[in-house]
Write a protein that binds this ligand. Structure first.
Ligand code: ADP
Length: 631
């Protein structure tokens, strides 16, 4: 057996030279180490085919250890020993050497044992390797370098091809795969063999009989002969179809995820932008608002404000923020009380305060404020808007002044009317008296025309007297203080009807009335009022039987009386005009009167805090309404 390397591990007690000589005579190469302690290192260095080791089995635990270590290197060990006993052998089983050679050595047997051991070891190793190749899950194949026919293929290859070893061996790629694939494999094979290098093909497709198209990761290596020429081609292919599929779906999932992330990102950006714009918009709204707006924290300090606040206080935003809001009012206690009220009740409405400008100017305002809350619903502050009411206040003052002036001028006017009418009466009385005297004394001496003229003049003077009386009456309504009391209204109506008895009879009139309430008013003026309205109802009628009905309805805070007649009616266009002094819709020749009754009635109602109005249509009768407040 040529080239067999046997490492001899010597022992000083035994004579190794005989052994070495014997072994070398068989043609073995016999390197040696003097001590068993060096055996493992040496073996690692020279990797012998076999180790021969002297061993005194009895009690030598070190020897057993060395044998165990050598065995781990996968090198067969043969133990040389001087004597043999079953129990000792049993002891050394731990190390399980290949065999024992016991002195005295029989060279022939010795040779046999060595050759057998080496052969057995080789066979075992080959089998082991074959087993690996056969069972490895990757396809392993060998092709001959000339024809590229398969020389060997493992189980994984058979499965992938869908053919048995017998069917595959001796054939080439064209026998199993489509031309384009076989061309590709062949080209790669040739490349490997030509360049004599390992070729890594990360991805190649293989159309298989049983599993459809598979994707392989293949490595191809040339196997060279002693002369260095390629004799075979070794290929190892890993089926990466599932990996690729997983990679693909992973990539797809990743793409989808990426897309979603992008969508979500742009959504966030969009809503962020929207939010920014909304904030900006809200901010703008707040800023352009002419009303001073502030937000106040729970400690009463200003947290935000708009431009109007700066203008009304004279302080800048930076100066205002963080300061006590109540400092900017003429009455800071009242401001604080208002703020506490908002916290207590959730809001305040039209809370009056005065803002003090740093230059001393005062702005009267009405505050409307409400609490604002965080997402958890906790109150975190107050939002307050002030409405500047200085103009309103100024207008109010102006109005009051104007009313005052008007009252004075009314009073003066009434005074004037009273005085004028009173003073006019005297000369009028003189005119009338002298006219009558003239008539009495000279009636017979004057011609008919002159008498008529005197009559006209007397008539005119009488009319003027009536008008002056009415005017006096009218001015008296406003100028005199009247006593108000509760009384039964029915009594008034009855009194008026008694007063109007001649008129009622004259006109063949029927006056009816509902049950009347107790009212709070001036009795005398109520008589005047009812008398004016009832007499008008009777007077302005062309009916055979004139009907007048008085009714009343009670409203929450007033009585509304109505006096309805079936008379002439009034054109809608004149319904307002008739309440003006001396305004009449009929001539004196048609219906007697001075045109002051409704004006007086209106004045009476104003004095009572009530109103008068009429509803009518020409030819369809009229209804006069008036209201008297219920105190
Ligand atoms: P007078 O009755 O003295 O003319 P009033 O002030 O009482 O004065 O009335 C003003 C005018 O309103 C009357 O001249 C008449 O033309 C009209 N008027 C008042 N009451 C009625 C009524 N009930 N029906 C129709 N016309 C009326």
């Amino acid at each position: 057996m040529a080239n067999v390397k046997i490492l001899l591990v010597k022992d000083e007690n035994l004579e190794p030279r005989d052994i070495k000589r014997i072994l070398e005579s068989f043609g073995f190469e016999v390197p040696h180490v003097a001590s068993r302690d060096d055996a493992v290192d040496k073996a690692l260095k020279i990797m012998p085919d076999l180790i021969l080791m002297y061993m005194v089995l009895e009690g030598h635990i070190d020897d057993i250890e060395v044998v165990s270590k050598i065995k781990k290197l996968n090198i067969p060990v043969i133990v040389l020993t001087t004597h043999f006993e079953g129990s000792e052998i049993e002891n050394s089983k731990v190390a399980e050497p290949y065999d024992y050679i016991i002195k005295p050595y029989d060279p022939t047997k010795f040779k046999h044992i060595i050759e057998l051991t080496i052969y057995k070891d080789k066979m075992e190793k080959e089998e082991f390797l074959e087993n690996i190749v056969e069972n490895i899950p990757n396809m392993i194949f060998i092709k001959d370098a000339q024809k590229l026919n398969f020389e060997m293929i493992n189980k994984a290859g058979e499965e992938l091809f869908g053919h048995s070893k017998e069917e595959i061996l001796g054939k080439n790629d064209y026998d199993f795969f489509p031309k384009n694939e076989a061309d590709f494999f062949t080209q790669k094979d040739r490349e490997v063999l030509h360049n004599r290098i390992l070729l890594d093909i990360p991805e190649e497709t293989l159309e298989t009989k049983n599993f459809g198209q598979r994707i392989l990761h293949t490595k191809k290596i040339p196997l060279l002969n002693k002369e260095g020429n390629p004799e075979y081609l070794l290929g190892i292919s890993e089926d990466i179809t599932e990996l690729k599929k997983a990679e693909k779906s992973l990539a797809k999932a990743y793409d989808e995820l990426e897309l979603k992330v992008q969508e979500r990102t742009s959504e966030i950006l969009r809503s962020k932008e929207e939010l920014r714009l909304t904030n900006l918009y809200n901010r703008e709204l707040l800023e352009v608002n002419i009303d001073p707006l502030v937000t106040i924290g729970p400690d009463g300090n200003i947290t935000d404000l708009n431009k109007a606040v700066e203008l009304v206080t004279g302080y800048s935003r930076i100066q205002l923020i963080g300061t006590d809001f109540s400092d900017y009012f003429t009455d800071s206690d009242k401001a604080k009380a208002g703020y506490e009220k908002v916290f207590r009740e959730g809001f305040v409405k039209d809370y009056p305060l005065e803002i003090q400008h740093k230059n001393g100017n005062i702005t009267p305002v009405l505050y409307n404020a409400s609490v604002y809350k965080n997402e958890k619903g906790e109150t975190i502050g107050v939002f307050a808007a002030a409405r500047d009411i200085s103009q309103l206040k100024r207008a109010e003052v102006k109005l009051e002044k104007l009313i005052g002036k008007l009252e004075i001028s009314n009073k003066e006017l009434e005074q004037f009317a009273y005085v004028a009418s009173h003073d006019l009466k005297e000369p009028l009385r003189m005119i009338t008296s002298f006219l009558q005297l003239l008539k009495m004394r000279y009636a017979d001496n004057l011609d008919e025309d002159a008498n008529d003229f005197i009559n006209y003049a007397v008539d005119g003077a009488k009319r003027m007297d009536n008008m002056i009386n009415d005017l006096l009456e009218y001015s008296r309504v406003g100028s005199q203080k009247r006593e108000f009391k509760y009384f039964q209204c029915e009594k008034i109506v009855e009194l008026v009807l008694t007063n109007l008895k001649p008129l009622i009879e004259d006109h063949n009139a029927i006056v009816t009335y509902d049950s009347m309430p107790i009212i709070y008013a001036n009795e005398h003026q109520m008589v005047q009022l009812f008398q004016n309205l009832i007499s008008n109802g009777i007077k302005y009628s062309d009916k055979e039987i004139t009907k007048v009905h008085i009714s009343v309805i009670k409203k929450p805070d007033e009585y509304v009386f109505s006096i309805k007649d079936n008379g002439l009616g009034i054109d809608k266009a004149h319904l307002k005009r008739i309440f003006t002094i001396f305004q009449r819709l009929h001539t004196r020749a048609e219906y007697d009167g001075t045109g002051i009754g409704l004006a007086i009635s209106e004045k009476i109602l104003h004095q009572h805090g009530g109103k008068i109005w009429a509803e009518s249509e020409l030819g369809k009768g009229s209804t006069f309404y008036f209201s008297i407040p219920i105190p």
